[in-house]
Design a protein around this ligand. Structure first.
Ligand code: HEC
Length: 200
């Protein structure tokens, strides 16, 4: 090493810095990966297990957090049936696969991903356009089976085409949407007024 060079100008110093920074960043990446997994896996901190479809789900604004958070309430059966975790998983999975097979993301966003032609579906289960919590699940199935005849328009003149899904698939989609509405999405979508919100 050149005697006149200060430590910070030496090559070996920067090599060591590079190695330590890379090792530190790698360690941080591993820690953050495990942290994310603990939050996003089914039954984790932010994602409910599938049997949450047996419960009342709401999305309530918390002034101290400046965002809405999902609130899981008492029993509120879907299609009048209590689903075991396994049955719930089967139905939600059928719904999720239906949204993939029919490429709903071509028009909609799910958890913010997709296209902006039609409303975001993350909290569609809680949309106040379903009029009442008693009518909701049947109106949703009816709408999904024939969206042209049951157009609701959700504030636009756009209409959803008939995607020819079966009644069982429509039920699956409703279960999938109900489950998705229980995910803690860190306040997304913002300013969403739910079907349970009191009239102002
Ligand atoms: C070609 C575009 C298009 C595709 C593909 C599409 N939709 Fe839609 N969807 C719309 C439009 C437009 C609306 C709003 C108009 C209406 O409700 O009549 C809508 C509304 C909805 C709503 C009501 C939204 C709310 O806020 O409650 C649901 C639920 C829905 N779609 C589910 C689906 C599902 C599930 C699929 C895939 C199986 C799908 N859509 C595929 C265009 C589309």
């Amino acid at each position: 090493m050149n005697e006149k060079n200060p430590l910070w100008a030496s090559e070996s110093f920067w090599k060591k810095v590079a190695i330590w920074v890379t090792a530190g960043a790698f360690l941080l990446l591993v820690i953050l990966t495990f942290d994310s997994l603990s939050q996003t896996q089914i039954g984790g901190q932010r994602v409910q297990s599938y049997s949450v479809i047996n419960k009342k789900i709401d999305y309530v604004y918390q002034p101290d957090l400046h965002k809405s958070v999902p609130v899981i309430g008492e029993t509120e059966l879907l299609f009048g049936q209590e689903f075991s975790e396994e049955e719930a998983q089967k139905l939600v999975t059928l719904g999720k696969k239906t949204t993939q097979a029919k490429n709903c993301m071509n028009c909609h966003t799910l958890l913010g991903n997709g296209a902006y032609f039609a409303p975001d579906l993350t909290k569609a289960w809680l949309d106040k356009e379903w009029l009442s919590t008693d009518l909701r699940e049947n109106l949703m199935v009816q709408f999904l089976l024939d969206p042209e005849k049951n157009a609701r328009t959700f504030g636009s003149d756009r209409k959803m085409p008939n995607l020819h899904i079966t009644p069982e698939e429509a039920k699956g989609v409703v279960a999938f949407l109900k489950w998705m509405s229980s995910i803690d999405t860190n306040g997304f979508p913002y300013h969403f007024k739910t079907i349970n919100a009191k009239e102002e």
